[in-house]
Design a protein around this ligand. Structure first.
Ligand SMILES: Nc1ncnc2c1ncn2[C@@H]1O[C@H](COP(=O)(O)OP(=O)(O)O)[C@@H](O)[C@H]1O
Ligand SMILES: [Mg+2]
Length: 503
């Protein structure tokens, strides 16, 4: 292949013409939309295969389990032959693709993890649906962790830090804003819910190294990373969308600028994309819009898959180069209006009534517009989408196991590690403090009994007063144990100061 020769990903055919995505423009993003059962998943499969054959690594999320078939060779079928014939595909060959399976829960693929620190306060606040006040507390927690060298890896770390903040609230409020124990408490409860949704398997180490998603196999085919999200979609879909946002920002922050290239370095398909935008706060939407715009120059293409383009904010929609619109329903006035707007968003084709076509499209057929060499949108075409070369439908559990066990990634992420982080450090500090307190207490007790002995020698005293004094000390020790004070500095002095002050 020469440099001048364009790398194309064949989408399908229209009126004997091929409709293809110019790989040079693939970092200009795209969208696949349409009602359920109209062919979105297969279109994503076809594009993923095309990119993989062009040597581009692909990431996609498997919402229903049905894209796993990408790993295996498709089966011959008369309907497939018909499509090949009418599109006029040369060299169609049934075959599987190099696939690596991933799973947030580590069951249907290699575990996918990231850490609390890597997610950062903005994404966690969105994940937990925090109020402004609660978000303020979270930012304070991150700042404290930073200043005190406490690494926040998993949910336990964040819980421990919040507990510590609650206990030391009085000393902290001045410096870290005015937060209440109630707002800390409600974040802690949200974290418990997240834990039940499986947050503790996603959050931790070893964290996913994004390089492991960007591999090309020995034959030059891009590896397709398929993340199973069937479980998380039931348990906590927000966890899924948060992961996608994290992945996007991670790529954005870590990849070098490459400018325009013959083909992208990496493409991602975000299925059920509406979940990313649903009730996301403005600050986050702005950030997403910005990342989508800027990630282009890092050679990354993002493809949103959703029922309706209306699910995607206009600022993002306006940046999408490729548009594949499968059939939409138009029964209600709202649906009719949506169809009109979707049709108007295409560059008009005088030969085609887009509004009428959208409701008339067959399964595996779509209105398609791509960017030409110069980046201008092509006229919308009614297009029959290619059949996939890989299997339509899911792999069996056994087939999946085989793929996972043969994967070059096998063994890298399987074992969770729990290195020393905030929870352990805070506990160590607490233990240290308890030791000091115990010493102090022993000292006090010794002094007291000496005093008592001296006094007893003079005149007898009521026994109960000694007992009361002891419980007061006990209570103090307990409250200090809860407060897990910081080492040295203002905090320790503050805590110890009050202890010594009461003596
Ligand atoms: N391009 C295509 N080639 C062959 N069959 C297709 C194609 N698109 C859709 N189909 C058929 O239609 C079914 C539904 O398509 P699917 O992509 O799962 O719909 P959606 O994701 O929109 O719900 C597929 O299982 C497949 O049998
Ligand atoms: Mg689907």
């Amino acid at each position: 292949m020469t440099n001048e020769e364009a790398v194309n990903v064949l989408i399908g055919g229209a009126d004997g013409k091929h409709v293809a995505l110019n790989a040079k423009m693939a970092n200009r993003h795209g969208m696949i939309a349409g009602a359920t059962g109209t062919g979105k998943t297969i279109t994503m499969q076809v594009l993923a295969e095309g990119f993989s054959r062009a040597g581009v690594p692909v990431f996609l999320a498997d919402v229903k389990g049905d894209v796993s078939g990408l790993a295996l060779q498709g089966k011959p079928h008369p309907k497939v032959d018909e499509r090949i014939e009418s599109i006029g595909i040369d060299g169609f060959q049934l075959r599987g693709n190099p696939v690596v399976f991933w799973d947030m829960y580590g069951k249907k693929g290699h575990p996918v993890r990231t850490t609390i620190t890597e997610l950062g306060p903005l994404l966690i606040a969105n994940l937990l649906g925090l109020s402004d006040a609660q978000e303020g507390v979270l930012y304070a927690a991150f700042k404290i962790a930073d200043e005190q060298g406490l690494s926040l890896l998993d949910l336990e770390d964040l819980q421990a830090l919040l507990g510590w903040m609650s206990a030391n609230r009085k000393e902290l409020v001045g410096e870290y804003g005015n937060f209440t124990s109630a707002s800390i408490g409600s974040i802690q409860r949200d974290l418990l819910v997240l834990e039940q949704q499986g947050g503790e398997t996603l959050l931790g180490e070893p964290a996913l190294n994004i390089d492991d998603l960007m591999k090309v196999d020995f034959s030059g085919q891009g590896v397709i990373s398929i993340m199973d999200v069937t479980t998380v979609m039931n348990k906590g879909p927000k966890l899924y969308s948060t992961f996608l946002l994290w992945l996007m920002s991670e790529l954005f922050e870590n990849l070098p600028e490459v400018g325009d290239q013959d083909k992208p370095k990496f493409v991602m398909f975000f299925d059920e994309a509406h979940l990313i935008f649903d009730d996301a706060p403005k600050a986050l939407l702005d950030k997403i819009e910005q990342v989508v715009r800027l990630i282009r120059s890092k050679g990354v293409g993002i493809y949103f898959v959703s029922q309706s383009p209306m699910d995607i904010p206009e600022d993002v929609l306006g940046q999408l180069g490729m548009k594949i619109q499968h059939a939409l329903r138009a029964f209600t006035p709202k649906e009719k209006k949506a169809v009109k707007m979707v049709a108007q968003n295409f560059r008009a084709n005088p030969e085609l009534d887009s509004v009428a076509a959208i409701t008339d499209l067959g399964v595996g057929e779509a209105l398609v517009s791509v960017l030409d060499e110069k980046g201008a949108p092509s006229m919308v075409e009614r297009t029959l989408i290619c059949p996939p070369q890989s299997r339509i439908g899911p792999v069996s559990d056994n087939e999946r196991k085989t793929v996972v066990s043969r994967s070059p990634m096998y063994g890298r992420y399987e074992e969770a590690i729990n290195r020393e982080s905030a929870k352990e450090l805070l506990k160590a500090r607490a233990d240290e403090k308890m030791k000091k307190l115990a010493e102090l207490e022993a000292q006090q007790q010794a002094e007291k009994s000496r005093e008592a002995q001296a006094k007893a020698a003079k005149k007898p005293r009521k026994k109960s007063s000694g007992y009361q004094r002891q419980t007061a000390t006990e209570a103090l020790v307990k409250s200090l144990a809860r407060s897990l004070g910081g080492e040295g500095g203002r905090l320790l002095r503050g805590v110890l100061g009050s202890l010594l002050g009461r003596k």
